[in-house]
Ligand binder design. Structure first.
Ligand code: BDP
Length: 706
């Protein structure tokens, strides 16, 4: 018996050490499993016989260690670490070389990887750039690209590549679907969860260099001396990986923790409080990144409580930063409860008059679209409309409106669609990407923010494809010219399989997921018709809420005539916020791309669209084919089963089953509900839903029960 037990144990231990073991997803895209192809391994081995690093910095140390661990895992051989490569050949040398980097125009973060005929050199202006280069070299191996005659130079297009965590001090995550927060506030600063370091590695591997660790609906707690010690401990773990910590601030902090009677930004006591608080923060965290602020939005306090503007508030914080090397990211996500207004215009109404009024350290952070992270939105009209203010693009990686961690939605196509959108601010080619990188309006500071989808789930993101969204976000913030497909392939190779056909299949299905999701939830430019508050499942019938712009009918405007929100001059005229070229593109219901139609037009049910079908028929067509396409996703995923780790494969397969079930909810709920207005039959070849509207309502309303 005892022998059997120990044999079993031995098997288990051996099993855990073998490359083919069950994968729990924890290692993300940094797997470093032994390369199975011996010839390929041999080829790589010739170029990776040692890692040499001169210099002492903590960042160079982690760069060299990552390379050593990665290479040993991939190549199955020991890779010694040397402090000097003199006279040696066939290794990898890490070196900081400011002069060369400057000559090559690499900037502070760009790296170069090249062969000097003896060795592979990874160099950059500073140690962090070398770290990025080390990860890039590992990526060559994990994606099975050659190491011969390498000459790669790469520098980020965006300077501040941030994650925004919506994590609360009690460990919950607002709109988080992958467990609870990874930050263990009650255990910090004494206990450092090893996960913090793995989080830092993952981020550094894709170039993310800053993290706002707490929710924009902020607690004042983080600014207390006690919590700053905890934040400082975390910053200490992230620092070697080039990641700076930022905090979301609660506007009323001077009152709540400072004992002041006011938080008026123009009150000298308030200014003084923020100045000394900021000094205290920098004393604890010398490389602190700065503040993110959600003010006078969704009930949060702000400068308007005192008759001041967003600029007054932001500039006061910028002044408090003084000479510290930090920024203020002031969010433009604001909308007043105005039943007659159009929420689409709200941020523009408040922020356009402030262009040119912000202090140099202030950036205004703008969501990708004017409403709220819907599955497809037109680009936010503030992009290209505030030439005197650097704008940060905020995208949401956590799938608040995109089926949580249950539905597979690869977000690179969504993010790219926004980045590539042309604002025409300074003529053709003034894309959102070029607005935010500063090139359109000659700003010297630039940023991008991704609302994190990371939680305590063993695999970090709940859905495996969520990992790809984290990955793609970092890659695009570094280089928005990368294609979604290339990123999907790169991620798949590192995460799932390097078998070429399987890579094509996985990347191919990933590429379709977002447009499939749009089709079965909000086709043709429908938006904001999801379940109230929870934002899950369909609820197009929602007529009453605490605010009119939290209902669904506010957005879809279905009536006996037709469907859609008229935002032309006959309607809210939100379209006028865009440049004439954009107005021309979207202003005509006959010529607008169908994907955006109902964002801007109220279209008669029987109107024929450019697709050749009437609005009603096209709507049904999209709901039905969208839901059916989830079966296609299932088949594609099933096809790669032999190449993918069984545990990971089964997990995604199960989620795809739920996704199909819920795609049918969406389809049935929406076609049956809109049919009460269109009064048209479901067009052939589609069969009418077998359940009634009341049936689906009951199902979906379950999610609203407390
Ligand atoms: C909305 C979320 C809410 C956030 C808000 C924001 O529902 O939880 O606090 O955005 O971005 O999408 O501030």
């Amino acid at each position: 018996m005892a022998l059997r037990t120990s044999l079993l144990l031995l098997c288990l231990l051996l099993g855990a050490a073998l490359p083919g073991r069950a994968d729990d997803g924890y290692r993300l895209w940094l797997k470093y499993n032994l390369i199975a192809d011996a010839a390929q391994r041999k080829d790589y081995q010739k170029a990776a016989q040692f890692v040499a690093v001169s210099g002492q910095s903590a960042t160079l140390k982690v760069a060299a260690e990552e390379l050593q661990t990665g290479l040993q895992g991939l190549l199955g051989q020991s890779v010694p670490m040397l402090s000097d490569a003199k006279g040696k050949k066939g290794g990898i040398i890490l070196q900081v070389d400011a002069a060369a980097a400057d000559k090559a125009g690499l900037g502070p973060d760009g790296y170069r990887i090249y062969s000097d005929k003896q060795n592979l050199i990874i160099s950059g202006r500073r140690d962090v750039a070398v770290l990025y280069g080390a990860f890039a070299l590992l990526r060559q191996l994990t994606t099975r690209r050659t190491l011969n005659n390498l000459n790669i130079s790469s520098a980020p297009k965006i300077q501040h590549r941030l994650l925004n965590h919506w994590d609360n001090p009690n460990g919950t995550v607002e709109r988080g679907y992958a467990g609870s927060s990874i930050w263990k506030w009650y255990e910090l600063p004494e206990t450092i969860d090893p996960r913090y370091r793995d989080y830092a590695r993952a981020n550094a591997s894709i170039g993310i260099n800053g993290t706002v660790i707490n929710n924009v609906n902020a607690s004042a707690r983080y600014l207390t001396a006690e919590y700053l010690q905890k934040v400082a401990a975390l910053a200490g773990v992230l620092r070697p990986y080039g990641i700076r910590v930022y905090l979301s601030v609660f506007w009323a902090a001077p009152k709540v923790i400072g004992g002041l009677p006011t938080s008026d930004p123009l009150d000298p006591r308030v200014k003084q409080w923020w100045t000394s608080k900021t000094d205290e923060v920098y004393k604890a965290i010398p490389d602190f990144g700065g503040f993110l602020v959600k003010a006078n939005s969704e009930g949060e306090p702000g400068p308007q409580d005192y008759g001041r503007t967003h600029a007054d508030g932001a500039n006061m914080l910028a002044a408090a930063l003084g000479n510290h090397d930090g920024l203020v990211m002031w969010r433009a996500f604001v909308y007043k409860a105005d039943p007659k207004g159009d929420r689409f215009k709200a941020a523009s109404e408040e922020f356009l008059p402030l262009d040119g009024k912000f202090a140099p350290k202030v950036l205004v952070q703008v969501k990708n679209g004017p409403i709220d992270f819907q599955a497809r939105e037109p680009f936010h009209p503030l992009f290209g409309a505030m030439p005197r203010t650097p704008l940060v693009l905020e995208v949401q990686l956590t799938q608040e409106y995109l089926g949580f961690a249950t539905h597979a939605v690869y977000l690179a196509p969504l993010i790219k669609e926004v980045l590539d959108a042309d604002t025409y601010a300074k003529g053709q080619g003034s894309t959102v990407a070029r607005v935010i990188d500063g090139s359109v309006d000659k700003h010297s500071v630039s940023g991008m923010a991704g609302v994190a989808n990371i939680g305590s789930d063993r695999n970090w993101t709940g859905h495996l494809i969520g990992q790809a969204n984290w990955y793609a976000y970092g890659r695009l913030a570094w280089d928005y010219a990368l294609t979604s497909k290339a990123i999907a392939e790169e991620w798949t190779r590192q995460t799932l399989t390097t078998e070429p056909q399987a890579v094509q299949t996985v990347a191919g299905l990933m590429q379709q997921t977002r447009s499939i999701y749009v089709r079965y939830t909000t086709p043709l430019g429908l938006h904001h018709i999801m379940g109230e508050s929870i934002h899950y499942g369909p609820q197009p019938w929602l007529e009453r809420s605490a605010r009119p712009d939290w209902t669904s009918i506010y957005y879809h405007r279905a009536d006996s005539v037709g469907l859609g929100f008229d935002r032309t001059a006959r309607g809210s005229n939100a379209l006028a916020l865009y440049k004439p070229e954009v107005q021309k593109m979207w202003g005509n219901a006959q010529t607008i791309a169908p994907d955006y139609l109902l964002w801007f037009h109220h279209v008669p049910w029987q109107q024929r669209l450019s697709t050749g079908r009437t609005l009603w028929d096209e709507l049904c067509q999209r709901y039905y084919t969208g839901a059916d396409s989830v079966l296609w996703l299932q088949r594609q995923w099933a096809a790669v089963q032999p190449q993918v780790d069984p545990v990971l494969h089964a997990d995604v397969a199960a989620r795809l089953l739920t996704q199909h079930k819920e795609a049918l909810w969406w389809r049935d709920a929406c076609v049956l509900y809109f049919q009460t207005y269109s009064r048209r039959p479901i067009p052939a070849p589609f069969a009418p839903p077998q359940r009634t509207l009341a049936d689906v309502k009951r199902l979906v309303d379950l999610y609203q029960l407390r």
